[in-house]
Design a binder for this molecule. Structure first.
Ligand code: SAH
Ligand code: SF4
Ligand code: F3S
Length: 461
């Protein structure tokens, strides 16, 4: 019987992981495969995994487990597992030993070889496990199947050199390798020509882009070059590491009109002692100085962050320092994580692991503070007219769309389907902790009395 050429990809990780899924999808479409969301009908299911925290691992194993049953009703199904977890030999060993339902295993460094791996399997029917330890540089020109026509990810570098003591990423993604600027610029130009309004530049630490290339090749110059691409509307980027956030980068964000006045700047902790133990290479004073500099140079800039609570040895006083930094910096939003042991990382074996109960108490305390600040900042948007990239229909609500402001705020607003993919003007009518509500206004209505304001000044500053 002819093999069922339909596929379903489940993505468990970050934007880089999502971007990898788009590449896998592009490769499969080039091979004549079509998308099938129902795993019971698909000929091929790919689980693209993440190992950043323990609960990500648990979810993946839960999913793999469930395929034992799915395979009973759909015996011809090919199950492939890839992504960051596959770069950990002990995980691959566990899968090959106990999970017979997995047919193909490959890693982050040999994703481009997936068509070959799949074809080999189709020819000889034998389980294939092929994971490279590191990359052979960046593979250019892979077909990408973009989820949205009007916005796109563009990976500018792979890997990480920082080895924060809690983090598995440098082990799963290898060392930093930057793409040549000409390749990035050509890709973005082609995307803009193709109707893409917004791009998000991706890397574990975009501020160190180009350190492995020539002298003038750095992130701020890349932003300036991309800003000249006429048809492009917005440039976003993530993630920025505070230690590499130079004045040059801040100036480039301030100067470039297409670069969104928004930065995701994970601080992880506000305690200099804990930051040292985490190997983050900056202090509490550095964070506050960088954030103040950004607010001064980029009026209305929105800043979000990541925080880990319960790192080994974190005392109540250390945690108070984190709360203090949150108050001083007034982050627009934050992802807050319980410290999770990742075997193989230095923090996994550090003394003074923090009991789960204390981690949860600290998490809740930091969330209360963060939410209060978010709501305060969001309220400053009331009655303002802001630009929003309309992205999709609002879930369950007729005639409503969702989109984001330049500053990354989620907006639910009244608008029509034809607006999807366009940057429209929206007047904000209500502010909540995690989103804003509004009504689309026509360009003409924004002239005259209403000011166009994408840069509200926080009420409490
Ligand atoms: N490169 C980015 C982040 C990548 S991982 C950066 O350096 O900021 C995304 C987030 O997961 C991190 O910012 C961190 O807050 C969190 N994280 C990473 N490892 C973790 C661990 N072992 N336990 C809890 N959170 C972790
Ligand atoms: Fe992990 Fe640190 Fe690298 Fe971010 S900078 S990916 S937290 S090692
Ligand atoms: Fe997860 Fe790998 Fe991204 S570990 S967070 S998918 S780089």
């Amino acid at each position: 019987m002819e093999h069922n050429k339909s596929y379903c990809i489940k993505t468990f990780g970050c934007q880089m992981n999502e971007n990898d899924s788009e590449k896998l999808s592009g490769l499969l479409k080039a091979m004549g495969y079509t998308v099938e969301d129902d795993v019971n009908k698909a000929g091929l299911v790919i689980l693209n995994t993440c190992s950043v925290r323990e609960n990500a691992d648990v979810r993946v194993f839960g999913n793999i487990g469930a395929f034992k049953t799915v395979k009973k009703t759909n015996p011809d199904l090919i199950l492939a597992v890839c992504g960051c977890m596959m770069q950990q030999p002990e995980i691959v060993a566990k899968i090959t030993k106990t999970y017979r339902q997995v047919d193909l295993v490959f890693g982050t460094h040999n994703l481009h070889l997936f068509p070959e791996i799949l074809n080999n399997y189709l020819v000889n029917g034998k389980r294939m496990v092929e994971v490279w330890e590191d990359s052979n540089g960046i593979i250019e020109d892979l077909p990408v199947d973009r989820r949205y026509s009007f916005k796109s990810f563009v990976t500018i570098m792979n890997g990480c050199n920082n080895f924060c003591t809690y983090c598995i990423v440098p082990y799963t993604r290898g060392r930093e390798v930057s793409r040549q600027p000409e390749k990035i610029i050509a890709e973005v130009k082609a995307l803009a020509e193709d109707g893409c309004v917004e791009i998000t530049l991706l890397g574990q630490n975009v501020n160190s882009y180009g350190n492995d290339l020539g002298e003038d090749i750095n992130f701020s110059n890349l932003l300036r070059d991309l800003n000249t691409i006429e048809k492009l509307g917005r440039i976003r980027f993530m993630t920025s590491h505070p230690k590499d956030l130079t004045d040059d980068v801040i100036d480039a964000i301030a100067d470039c009109d297409k670069v969104c006045k928004y930065i995701h700047l994970p601080i992880q902790s506000g305690s200099t002692r804990i930051l040292k133990a985490m190997n983050r290479k900056y202090t509490q004073e550095d964070i506050i100085e960088r954030v103040q500099k950004m607010k001064e140079k980029i009026p209305g800039v929105a800043i979000s962050t990541d925080i880990i609570v319960g790192f080994p040895g974190e005392t109540e006083e250390d945690f108070e320092e984190t709360l203090k930094v949150i108050k001083v910096c007034e982050f627009d939003s934050a992802f807050t994580f319980l410290f999770s042991i990742r075997s193989g990382t230095p923090a996994a074996t550090m003394a003074d692991q923090i009991p789960e109960e204390i981690k949860h108490t600290r998490l809740n305390k930091s969330l209360d503070l963060l939410h209060e600040i978010s709501l305060g900042i969001n309220k400053t948007y009331l009655d303002q007219t802001v630009t929003v990239l309309a992205e999709e229909p609002s879930r369950n609500k007729l005639n409503r769309l969702t989109g984001r402001t330049e500053t990354g705020k989620l907006v639910n607003f009244k608008g029509s389907h034809e607006d999807i993919g366009k940057i429209v003007m929206v007047k904000i009518t209500d502010a909540k902790t995690f989103s804003l509500d509004g009504i689309k206004v026509s360009q003409e209505e924004t002239h005259g009395a209403t000011i166009t304001h994408d840069d509200p000044i926080p009420a409490n500053s």
